[in-house]
Design a protein around this ligand. Structure first.
Ligand SMILES: Cc1cc2nc3c(=O)[nH]c(=O)nc-3n(C[C@H](O)[C@H](O)[C@H](O)COP(=O)(O)O)c2cc1C
Length: 221
């Protein structure tokens, strides 16, 4: 089986917003599609390890802000490369609150959804959600796609993630994990990870900024 075939399925990129009961949380998602039009129903897939998934289980509602091709890569780094467990991501961006949910400013569209069904898989949870409201936004241009992200956009996101750490921080939610003074070290090039986000919480597609290998090549030393 050649899993690269699955990358030929492409989707848009969205900022999902929801709440943990006391503050707004959220993340970048691409696994969203419309699956019915009477009523309007969307399917959304969330990784089981994500904080967003845990919050959706309780909140039952979420917003989607549809990103355009001219989106600042900071938005994707902020919402996709760190967890709301550690950072108040919405503190770092301009957004409007409508009906108890956050929407990014200047996006192509905003969609409010109510979860009607949840199906758990080993890796992900599939949510079926009815569209309660939606609007076309003030942003211009074409939607940013997951294919855009993989083909040219991702390098800019990684650059922002590595170079604009202060802008990413928001209000830190927890003390940095210390790992008993040990550091995560790249076994290929020797790069020592010293980011603000605990290494364990970096996304699975994070790569060594020096040599480009993935997280599995790092060891705690
Ligand atoms: C381009 C891109 C697409 C992503 N698509 C999804 C997705 O469809 N579903 C999902 O659960 N996470 C997706 N993620 C990963 C989450 O955005 C990421 O793990 C985030 O840090 C989770 O934050 P949280 O712990 O605050 O929920 C994507 C990330 C990127 C960069």
């Amino acid at each position: 089986m050649d899993e690269n075939a699955l990358f030929k399925l492409t989707h848009g990129l969205y900022v999902l917003g929801t709440t943990d009961g006391s503050r707004f949380v959220g993340s970048i998602v691409d696994a969203v599609m419309q699956v019915a039009h009477k009523p309007f129903v969307l399917a959304l897939s969330c990784g089981n390890q994500s904080h967003t998934k845990s919050c959706l289980h309780t909140a039952k509602e979420f917003s989607l802000s549809v990103l355009g091709k001219d989106t600042d890569p900071f938005i994707v780094a902020n919402f996709g490369f760190q967890s709301s467990r550690d950072v108040n991501k919405w503190d770092n961006v301009d957004f409007e609150e409508q009906d108890g949910l956050p929407y990014l400013q200047n996006t192509l569209a905003g969609i409010k959804c109510k979860i009607i069904q949840e199906i758990a898989f080993e890796s992900n949870t599939l949510f079926l959600a009815e569209v309660l409201d939606c609007y076309v936004g003030t942003g211009d241009g074409e939607p940013l796609t997951y294919n855009d992200y993989r083909s040219y956009y991702k390098s800019g996101v990684i650059k922002v993630f590595n170079e604009q750490k202060d802008r990413m921080k928001g209000k830190k939610m927890t003390e940095e994990k210390k790992n008993d003074g040990k550091k995560w070290v790249c076994t290929v090039c020797g790069y020592v990870y010293d980011g603000d986000v605990p290494f364990e919480d970096l996304p699975e597609d994070w790569v060594c900024p020096l040599c480009g290998v993935d997280k599995s090549f790092f060891e705690l030393q």
